[in-house]
Design a protein around this ligand. Structure first.
Ligand SMILES: [Ca+2]
Ligand SMILES: [Ca+2]
Length: 299
């Protein structure tokens, strides 16, 4: 027996028209990716009178949003059977209409957020040549936040080094201000005192020098080193390279041209040493006076 999807009458005999409808299911929406939060808050680290080494290592990787489901495919078919005569003589003519109707794909889920953050933490490393490092990594498709904020970081006596990342790609940049005792790393502000060595991130960091002798390692990125008149010390940039810039502020007509910088620069022991005042220098390790260009300086 045949089933008749479309009734036909004599006037439709021989028609090849067929109409079919298929309703496809739409895909479901993908689930949201998981959030990842690595956070240290309200911690206190007190160093000894000897050398201390402290590293805050926080890693967060958020989940991707789930893929939206594909729409289901609706199938359709209709058929017209043709007859000759009146109903009792079936021919072999059959016209089938078949097809598919794909449903719409569902939307992908939202990506999760990754946060690696040190908050309201106090570090005081006391005497000795101490090391404090922040190894923050937040990765994912959604927003990534790496930050130290509302913290007090004290190096104490000795030659103390503050390392603000690992140098790996994707780090949040650091704004170091020795002059005002402030650090911005990612987002938010921190108080810093008693640090002599600074190691930056892979991003374009900014270091504003203060009184006393400091040494800066900018690492990757186009780093900016700012020296105010009266920086009063023998400062060093350990990895000054193309793209980095030294800015001299407040020196007036003594330093407002590249020619004046060159006139105050000598090669000493493998470094280009700029004498900014009596007993005040900026040493560029591994750099020769001859390699300096005007683009490396701002006023
Ligand atoms: Ca110590
Ligand atoms: Ca850098």
């Amino acid at each position: 027996m045949y089933s008749y999807a479309v009734s036909v009458t004599g006037s439709w005999l021989g028609s090849t028209k067929g109409i079919g409808f298929g309703n496809a299911g739409d895909g479901g929406m993908g689930g949201a990716g998981g959030n990842a939060i690595a956070r240290i808050q309200g911690h206190e680290v007190t160093g000894s009178a000897a050398t201390d080494s402290v590293t805050f290592s926080l890693r967060a990787t958020s989940g991707e949003g789930g893929q939206g489901g594909g729409g289901g495919t609706g199938a359709l078919s209709s058929r017209i059977k043709t007859y000759t005569g009146c109903c009792d003589t079936r021919t072999t003519d059959e016209v089938d209409t078949t097809g598919t109707a794909p449903g719409a794909a569902g939307a992908d889920g939202a990506a999760g957020h990754a946060i690696a953050m040190v908050v309201a933490t106090t570090v005081d490393l006391g005497a000795g040549d101490d090391l404090l490092s922040f190894d923050l990594l937040a990765t994912g498709v959604g927003s990534n936040i790496m930050a130290v904020r509302d913290s007090q970081l004290h190096g104490g006596e000795g030659w103390d080094t503050l390392t603000l990342g690992t140098g790996a790609a994707g780090e949040a940049r650091a704004l170091v201000n020795v002059r005002d005792g402030l650090l911005v790393l990612g987002a938010g502000t921190n108080t810093i005192t008693g640090w002599e060595g600074f190691v930056g991130t892979s991003a374009a960091d900014r270091f504003t020098d203060g009184v006393g002798s400091q040494a800066y390692t900018g690492r990757g990125g186009a780093d900016l080193f700012v020296f105010f008149r009266g920086h009063a010390g023998n400062d060093a940039i350990r990895d000054f390279e193309a793209g980095d810039v030294i800015q001299l502020h407040g020196f007036g007509t003594r330093f407002d041209s590249f020619e004046e910088i060159l006139a105050a620069t000598q090669d000493v022991g493998g470094s280009a040493v700029i004498e900014t005042a009596a007993h005040s220098t900026i040493s560029l390790f591994g750099v020769t006076k001859a390699s300096l260009t005007a683009e490396m300086f701002g006023f």
